[in-house]
Design a protein around this ligand. Structure first.
Ligand SMILES: CC(=O)SCCNC(=O)CCNC(=O)[C@H](O)C(C)(C)COP(=O)(O)OP(=O)(O)OC[C@H]1O[C@@H](n2cnc3c(N)ncnc32)[C@H](O)[C@@H]1OP(=O)(O)O
Length: 143
């Protein structure tokens, strides 16, 4: 039987824990690893929650500026997605997103991806709209 370590293997995640989802067999590719697209979609969901809460508005993903797959995700891992708003424009927000796999549900955790997504606040018609001044002012870059 494999013994599971309980210590984190790396530095701590950056950002706030936003979603946790278990990787299931239906999400695998032919090699038995979890599809990168599934992982990206989990990151997109978490980023959307983060940006929507920041702007207190509906948001859409406009860009994935960088995306690094560091290690594979396996069935039974719990994918923990951390998010942090790193830049705020008139309507756009850069969100640093990283996913960590909690191996075998309760084992050690490892960073598996890191990315920068850009979200835009939109109105009911889907047009970009200004993020409220109070939220933009409250944002302190690098904090
Ligand atoms: C295709 C899909 O289904 S992807 C998944 C879901 N996402 C979507 O459906 C979004 C589809 N895209 C859109 O609807 C439009 O591109 C919108 C509404 C997001 C933006 O429309 P635009 O006409 O570009 O709006 P606008 O010119 O006002 O730009 C809005 C902001 O987005 C930023 N932006 C636009 N394109 C990009 C880009 N490629 N990368 C980074 N930022 C961008 C602009 O700099 C601007 O930022 P600011 O307001 O903070 O200065």
């Amino acid at each position: 039987m494999t013994e599971l370590a309980t210590e984190a293997t790396e530095d701590a995640p950056l950002g706030e824990l936003t979603t946790r989802t278990m990787a299931m067999p239906a999400d695998t590719n032919a090699a038995g690893d979890i599809f990168g697209g599934w992982v990206v979609s989990q990151m997109d969901i978490a980023g959307g929650i983060c940006a929507g809460q920041f702007a207190q508005q509906r948001v859409v993903t406009v860009a994935i500026d960088s995306m690094t797959f560091i290690r594979p995700v396996k069935v039974g891992d719990v994918l923990c997605v951390y998010t942090k708003v790193t830049k705020v424009g008139r309507s756009s927000m850069d969100v640093h997103i990283e996913a960590w796999a909690l191996r075998h549900r309760f084992g050690y955790r490892e960073r598996v991806t890191s990315a920068k997504f850009v979200f835009v606040a939109v109105d009911d018609d889907g047009h970009s709209c200004e993020i409220a001044e109070e939220y933009r002012k409250a944002f302190v870059e690098g904090s």
